[in-house]
Design a protein around this ligand. Structure first.
Ligand code: SF4
Length: 348
C-alpha cells in the first residue's frame, strides 16, 4: 500500500510507475480519489484486496494486497480488518465472505459478474454427481458460492493440476472451464469427456474417461487464437508469449509459458527477454508494463473484462462511504463452500 500525506504526494508516487501507461490529467484526478479512499480506509478499519486485473491507477494506489484469486484468498483468510473491500468480481468477494463469515465484505459494483461463473449452477453440479456417483468434484474458484458448496475441493489456475493430483482418485469431475479442464487433462495425462457434448452410450458400455468437464468459458481468454500468436511472432520473432490456462489448448501449446496471473507476473520479473506478449486481460499487461519499464509488452488486445471494468475508484469510494454493496452468502452454503475452499488453501 502507498503511504502518502496528501493527494499531490500520492500523485507524485503514482506518476513514477504509471506515467507511461496513464495520461497525466487522469492520473491527477485518480490520485485525488485514491487519497480519499486511503484516508477513509483507515477510519473504517477496512482492508482493500485488488485483483491483478484491476485498472492500473486503482491497482497501484489503494489495495493493501494485490494478487490472483489464490493469493487474495489467503490474504482474506488472514485479515483482522472489520471490513473487506474486494476490488474484483462477485465470486471472489463471495470467497472472502466464506472465509470471513463475521466480517463485512463489500464489492464496489453489483454488476461485476463473470461469464465463467454464470455458466454453471448448483443444480448442474448435483446432476453431474448423480450421473457420475462417487467421482470427486473439483471446482475452479471462478464459480458462485452455491456451486462451491456442491464441490469436494476448489482450485485456481495456479494449482489446478496439483489439486487434481492430490485427490488420489482415478476419475474427477472438473468444473466449469472447458479450456482449463482440457489444459489440466493434457498436463496430467487424463482422458476428458464433456457430458453436454458426449452422448450416453446406448449399449450400456462404460464411458472411457478420467476427467469430466463442463463447457464454461471465460469471455476474455476464449478470444485469443493460435493465429494471433503466429501473426505476432512474424512481426516480432524474438517475442516471448505467455498465455493464461483459460486460453484454448491450441493457444497454450503455441505459447512459451502458461500460468496463472501471479505466475505470469513472476515470469516477466525473473526473465530477460526484450519483448513479451501477454494473452490475458488487458489491464494486467498495463500493470506488468508499469512494474517492468525496461521490458516491452506487445499489446495485442483490447480485451478488457467488462466485469472487472465495473470496479472503479469512484465506485470504491462510494462503497466505503455508504457501506455498499454488502456481499452475503447463506450460512449453510457458506459452511459447505468453506470446506472446499479451505481444502484448496491447505493443498497450496
Ligand atoms: S476475466 Fe474471464 S474469468 Fe475473469 S472475471 Fe472476467 S469473464 Fe470471469
Amino acid at each position: 500500500m502507498l503511504t502518502a500525506t496528501s493527494a499531490t504526494d500520492l500523485y507524485e508516487i503514482m506518476r513514477e510507475s504509471l506515467s507511461r501507461v496513464v495520461p497525466d490529467f487522469e492520473l491527477r484526478y485518480k490520485a485525488e480519489l485514491a487519497f480519499r479512499i486511503n484516508e477513509l480506509k483507515k477510519t473504517r478499519k477496512a482492508v482493500i484486496l485488488g485483483h491483478n486485473y484491476m485498472e492500473p491507477a486503482l491497482y497501484h494506489s489503494i489495495p493493501d494486497f494485490t494478487g490472483d484469486s489464490l493469493e487474495l484468498c489467503r490474504k482474506a483468510a488472514a485479515t483482522d480488518a472489520d471490513i473487506i473491500v474486494y476490488c474484483g468480481v462477485r465470486f471472489m468477494a463471495e470467497t472472502a465472505k466464506i472465509l470471513n463469515p463475521t466480517k463485512t465484505v463489500l464489492i464496489p459494483s453489483p454488476r461485476a459478474g463473470c461469464s465463467l461463473a454464470e455458466s454453471i449452477s448448483a443444480a448442474d453440479v448435483r446432476d453431474l454427481k448423480a450421473r457420475f456417483p462417487g467421482v470427486p468434484v473439483v471446482t475452479y474458484v471462478n464459480t458462485y458460492a452455491e456451486v462451491k458448496a456442491e464441490s469436494d475441493v476448489c482450485c485456481t489456475s495456479g494449482n489446478a493440476a496439483k489439486v487434481v493430483g492430490s485427490l488420489d482418485s482415478e476419475r474427477v469431475i472438473f468444473l466449469p472451464d472447458e479450456y482449463l479442464a482440457r489444459n489440466v487433462a493434457r498436463e496430467t495425462g487424463r482422458r476428458i469427456i464433456f457430458p453436454t457434448r458426449t452422448p450416453r452410450t446406448r449399449d450400456g458400455a462404460e464411458l472411457d474417461y478420467q476427467m469430466v468437464g463442463w463447457m464454461g468459458r471465460c469471455e476474455v481468454h476464449e478470444k485469443f487464437s493460435a493465429r494471433d500468436i503466429a501473426d505476432v511472432r512474424r512481426q516480432f520473432p524474438d517475442v516471448v508469449v505467455l498465455a493464461h490456462p483459460e486460453c484454448s489448448p491450441e493457444v497454450v501449446a503455441a505459447s512459451d509459458f502458461s500460468g496463472s496471473t501471479a505466475a505470469m507476473i513472476d515470469y516477466v520479473k525473473r526473465t530477460h527477454a526484450a519483448r513479451y506478449l501477454l494473452l490475458t486481460e488487458c489491464s494486467m499487461g498495463d500493470n506488468i508494463a508499469a512494474a517492468n519499464p525496461a521490458k516491452e509488452m506487445v499489446r495485442l488486445c483490447s480485451v478488457r473484462c467488462p466485469h472487472m471494468n465495473e470496479i472503479t475508484l469512484e465506485q470504491t469510494l462510494a462503497a466505503l462511504e455508504q457501506t455498499r454493496y454488502v456481499v452475503d452468502v447463506p450460512e449453510d452454503v457458506q459452511r459447505r463452500a468453506r470446506r472446499a475452499v479451505e481444502r484448496m488453501i491447505e493443498i497450496g
